[in-house]
Design a protein around this ligand. Structure first.
Ligand code: PEP
Ligand code: MG
Length: 755
């Protein structure tokens, strides 16, 4: 670097010494700006810190009037400093005053400086402030100088993020780095959780950023990149992965990045400015994130996650740390923060310690959400970039009712929530008091209110809620959390426990519904363009009858001497039902022939979740014993909107006339044939939606455990004839109506229904 005193490495080493000195935060900043100015042969070096109110405050300067420190405050849309903060990109100008964004502040005395180099102070891609050097002469800063200043800014990011500047700020003007954040997303699972952040994929903390030996660091970096490339190649060559569509594409993208000269080159350059290999990875990743966070193209933003992941792999290589180690150090009140995760990954945690779940993605009817609900973990999704905005251990409040998340909440928010939690506890007590009250609407119509379940942890809920029965037992959950295929005996044991827990209450077991987003980790996945429309559920069961047969056998044997209710998922044609039913008959014959005990009665039904079945209802109802509407899938297929894709899952409302007419068509036809139909999708689990379902004729609902109380409380107050008289004409509305939600909410409010 031209004229630099000792170059960037010497500067970094000096900065490290200053960081270790036991001085006040202001003294530390003052020393740092002097060091940087001297090292860069600049007359001015200033640090601006982004405050909670969105403005930038001058925190330290060498060269400008010292009296301006803590007095000069500018808006983020003002001046060159504001532009650097906003764009999160360096600005280098030999004649700053000629730039249209230049804004002159008389108190600083900066009119005599012509050249300007400003770099953002970044952490995980978020701007914390701006670092500026200025020179009197018209000079052009070299690429190396810009690089070096960006590296130096990393040290300042550490000081700002540590929170040590907060004490010296006026209330309301604290640095934004550790500011409380109030985010609004999508409520996924009811409940309020107060606790501390646990990152599902913990960031690797880089503790040593300043290099002692540059050639050695370059070698380490090159070595780690080589290992990374080799491991991606190995994964791609892996038999199992080679054919799997999505996974393979991700790996191909990784391979492309891992060979990208620009990426590797930037990291090598960062090492040359004096960083350790891991320091360089972190710096380049932070710059890349900053740029990507400002992109609007969803495809490119998605690539940010790939690059994050790749950078993390490199960091793990370099620091020798493995992922997932936080599992063992879970605090008592953990709030898991993740981009997304599989249901099995959630179940891997010690559930007694989890208070909440915050996801960047997530959708209301995805299986992760269903598992979170089953476990009673409050969850919120659609929290963009939340992973980049929290640190492990940060205080968080998850409001799974309103979809809000408070990060590092102020004391008043925390106490308001503590109050809310007490209030909820009282409400739950009121629900508990309804346990033995029969579910009968105000006008005297009995409603069967069942529970959805799928795991052993669900079973105590039957007693707690006093449920009529289990309306849907998702058998695949046991398969999803296992590390190997559950043997027939293990299946039998689980099914027997379920029947025992239910006592004389009915249980509807659904045969394996795998495929789509329900992936079994130990089963080789096959490449499918559209897994939700692919080889899944009963299709797989009929093509691999061995699997289905052994499950049916386990179910029949578990129900010896009792009633067994069985249902098949994702049936699209009557013929599929007939074939599945035939397997049940054959298994019964087999058991009889071998002298095994038999169930007292076997009822066989079908899930109505593929729209084609709506046009085969006569055939279907003339043969099944009962049916269950899977509204999650039915609505997904009716609207052709992927239930697990947060961009479209909630785009269309099931409370629109179109969807309600389809649901009514089913229940009307069932009544004609005298066949019982339950609605077991998540639709029934929300009181307003349950109100609509009851109004169009549904008398059997199966809901998630946390929804039992709220739905029951609503039903007890419901005047069903009035609700039906209100809703039915709305279904006939001509003209465009996207949703009947406002009308239904108004009806409920007028009737004083608890929602
Ligand atoms: C449904 O589709 O509504 C349903 C109950 O099944 P699952 O959510 O398990 O797909
Ligand atoms: Mg389904």
């Amino acid at each position: 670097m031209r004229g630099a005193l000792g170059g960037p490495r010497v500067l970094l080493r000096r900065l490290r010494e200053v960081m270790a000195e036991p001085v006040s935060a202001q003294d530390r900043l003052d020393k740092i700006v002097v060091l940087i100015a001297a090292n860069m042969v600049a007359e001015v070096c200033s640090v601006y810190v982004l405050r909670v109110d969105g403005t930038l405050e001058l925190y330290a300067t060498e060269g400008l009037n010292r009296t301006a420190v803590h007095l000069t405050v500018m808006r983020i849309d003002e001046g060159l400093v504001g532009t650097v903060a906003r764009e999160a990109e360096p600005i280098s100008l030999s004649n700053a005053q000629a730039h249209p964004a230049f804004s002159y502040r008389p108190e600083t005395g900066e009119e005599i400086y012509h050249s300007f180099l400003g770099v953002p102070i970044l952490r995980a891609g978020n701007t914390l402030g701006v670092l500026v050097v200025q020179n009197r002469a018209h000079r052009s800063y070299t690429e190396e100088e810009i690089e070096a200043l960006q590296t130096t800014a990393m040290v300042l990011a550490e000081i700002i993020a540590s929170g040590e500047l907060t004490a010296m700020a006026l209330p309301g003007a604290e640095p934004a780095a550790r500011r409380p954040l109030h985010l609004k997303g999508l409520a996924l699972s009811e409940g309020i959780g107060l606790g501390h952040v646990v990152l599902h994929e913990p960031r690797i903390e880089v503790t040593k950023v300043i290099a002692d030996d540059l050639p050695a660091e370059l070698k380490r970096l090159d070595g780690a990149v080589d290992t990374l490339r080799a491991s991606i190649d190995t994964m791609l060559e892996d038999e199992g992965v080679a054919r799997v569509g999505e996974h393979r594409e991700i790996l191909e993208a990784y391979r492309m990045f891992a060979h990208d000269r620009g990426w590797i080159g930037r990291m090598r350059e960062a090492v040359m400015t004096g960083l350790t290999a891991e320091g360089a990875v972190e710096r380049v990743q932070s710059d890349t994130r900053a740029r990507m966070l400002r992109m609007t193209d969803p495809y490119l933003r998605e690539r940010m996650h790939d690059l994050d992941d790749l950078a993390n792999r490199l960091l793990r290589q370099l620091t020798g740390r493995t992922a997932g180690s936080d599992h063992d150090r879970l605090p008592d009140n953990a709030i898991i923060v993740a981009r997304n995760m599989s249901p099995a990954a959630l179940l891997d945690y010690d559930r007694t310690r989890i208070r909440g779940l915050v996801l960047e993605e997530g959708a209301a009817t995805s299986h992760l959400t269903i598992v979170a609900r089953a476990l009673g973990i409050s969850a919120v999704g659609h929290m963009e970039n939340v992973v980049g905005q929290v640190d492990a251990g940060d205080a968080v409040i998850v409001d799974g009712v309103s979809g809000e998340v408070h990060i590092r909440p102020p004391a008043d928010v925390e106490s308001a929530y503590a109050e809310k939690v007490r209030f909820r506890a009282k409400r739950l007590e009121r629900y508990a008091a309804l346990r033995d009250v029969p579910t009968v609407t105000k006008d005297g119509t009995p409603i069967e209110l069942h529970l959805n379940a799928g795991l052993l942890v669900d079973l105590p809920h039957i007693e707690e809620t006093g449920a009529t029965g289990i309306g849907l037992f998702r058998t695949e959950l046991q398969f999803m959390i296992a590390s190997a295929f559950p043997r027939t005996n293990e299946q039998l044991k689980l099914y027997r426990s379920v029947l025992d827990a239910a006592g004389d209450r009915p249980v509807v077991f659904r045969t394996l519904d795998i495929g789509g987003d329900k992936v079994l980790p130990y089963m080789r996945a096959i490449e499918e363009e559209n897994p939700a429309l692919g080889w899944r559920a009963i299709r797989l069961g009929l093509d691999r009858p061995g699997l289905l047969r052994s499950q049916i056998r386990a179910l029949l044997r578990a129900a010896t001497g009792r009633e067994l209710r069985l249902i098949f998922p994702m049936v699209s044609a009557v013929e599929e039902y007939d074939r599945a039913h035939h397997i049940v008959e054959r298994e019964l014959t087999h058991l009889r022939r071998h002298g095994h005990g038999l169930p007292e009665r076997v009822l066989v039904g079908v899930m109505l979740e593929v729209p084609a079945l709506l046009f085969q209802l006569d055939l279907l109802f003339s043969r099944v014993d009962f049916a269950s509407v899977g509204s999650n899938d039915l609505v997904q297929f009716l609207y052709a909107a992927d239930r697990g894709n947060s961009r479209v899952a909630d785009r269309f409302d099931p409370l629109a006339p179109a969807a309600l007419r389809a649901l009514k068509m089913i229940i009307d036809k069932a009544a004609e044939y005298g066949k019982p139909v339950t609605l077991c999708g998540e639709l029934a689990s929300r009181p307003l939606e349950a109100l609509a379902l009851a109004a169009i004729g549904y008398r059997r609902l199966s809901v998630s455990p946390a929804s039992y109380g709220p739905v029951k409380a609503m039903l007890l107050e419901l005047d069903l004839p009035a609700a039906s008289a209100f809703v039915e004409p709305l279904l006939g509305i001509r003209g465009e109506v996207h949703s009947l939600r406002p009308q239904l909410a108004a009806f409920a409010a007028k009737a004083g229904l608890p929602l």
